[in-house]
Design a protein around this ligand. Structure first.
Ligand code: LMR
Length: 326
């Protein structure tokens, strides 16, 4: 079995440093699938990158076949099967993710171009660096020879957060809480939707009341990232890395056929009438390593209004980076 080659950008950062160990230990493809890692960081961090390589070697991970390190995406994206685009300026206390757009947008423009030139045409690309939906849009626009369907951003973390909040509220085990749909942007406008969620054998909507959903669940999922920044002094790292690994498992066909997941994907042709040039989180179904948007999950009118607010925010983000879209 050939090794699967994965690139990770920003691998000495908050999320990246955790992600590479999850990956090397078989987090996406299992412990028996060999994996090669192409690790990228800014040139100033070259010595630290060598240190990270040594640490990975010291774990003697059975799945880890080869490690390459460097800073040039045109070189390090050569022949990759999957990419985690993590490297970006992180948000600090009191900031919204979209405030990072101008600083981070150019990074994703260049990385899109590098993917286009160097990666395998069937590469799967997960954008984690914030604001991840719009950074993903920039990357896919700049990778013209790669299908936009092979790109996604990250709301899997929000989905896990929503399941955890529900489990805590109802006293259920989190593994008994089935998927929560996340709509829209990975931002404070995201919309968690539990209309199809089950807790054990019961519909989630019969276990919690609407007032709690609106007054507690919605804001707590939306503000979780900011709350973590306030408490830790830096943004979530291991939880985001874990969610990223899980999202790449979705994108590379590791889930059961027809599983329900929420992923921000390219919105062209979507069945909900959302603007067709965004990366928008929809309820998706897995088909091997492909995702299709499930057209049957339109939420209540009240929640749909919230979804449209998130769409508006994404349109504004996109319009602010028009010059980076080709
Ligand atoms: C999160 O949701 O925790 C991450 O996107 C980091 C952030 O800026 O909140």
């Amino acid at each position: 079995m050939d090794a699967i080659r994965c690139a990770v950008t920003g691998c000495l950062g908050n999320v990246g440093y955790n992600l590479v160990f999850f990956l090397a230990s078989g987090g996406v493809f299992g412990p028996h699938q060999k994996i090669s890692l192409n690790l990228l960081e800014i040139p100033d961090l070259a010595p630290q990158l060598e240190g990270l390589k040594m640490e990975l070697e010291d774990c003697a991970f059975p799945a880890l076949h080869e490690i390459r390190v460097g800073s040039d995406p045109f070189d390090l994206f050569g022949d990759i099967d999957c990419a985690f685009l993590v490297g970006a300026r992180p948000r600090g206390p009191g900031m919204e993710r979209k405030e990072l757009l101008q600083a981070n947008g150019v990074i994703f423009q260049r990385q899109g171009q590098a993917l286009d030139r160097s990666a395998k045409k069937r590469v799967r690309v997960l954008v984690v660096g914030n604001p991840c939906n719009t950074n993903c849009l920039i990357a896919l626009h700049n990778a013209k020879t790669i299908s936009p369907d092979q790109f996604a951003a990250l709301t899997r973390l929000d989905e896990f957060r929503a399941r955890a909040v529900l489990a805590k509220k109802t006293g259920a085990d989190v593994s008994d809480v089935s998927p929560v749909v996340i709509w829209g942007n990975h931002s404070s406008t995201l919309v968690p939707d539990i209309q199809h969620t089950m807790i054990g054998k019961k519909a989630a909507l019969s276990c919690v009341d609407e007032a709690w959903i609106l007054s507690t669940m919605l804001p707590s999922v939306r503000k979780r990232g900011a709350e973590i920044i306030k408490l830790r002094g830096k943004s979530s790292s291991a939880s985001a890395a874990f969610a990223a690994v899980s999202a790449m498992a979705v994108m590379t066909g590791q889930l059961e056929e027809n599983s329900l997941v929420s992923m921000p994907v390219f919105s062209k042709g979507n069945p909900y009438g959302i603007d067709p040039n965004l990366v928008f989180s929809f309820p998706c179904r897995t088909h091997g390593d492909r995702l299709t948007i499930d057209p049957s999950m339109r939420p209540s009118d009240a929640l749909w209004k919230e979804v449209l607010v998130s769409e508006k925010e994404l349109i504004e983000e996109r319009d602010a980076v028009r010059h980076l879209l080709v």
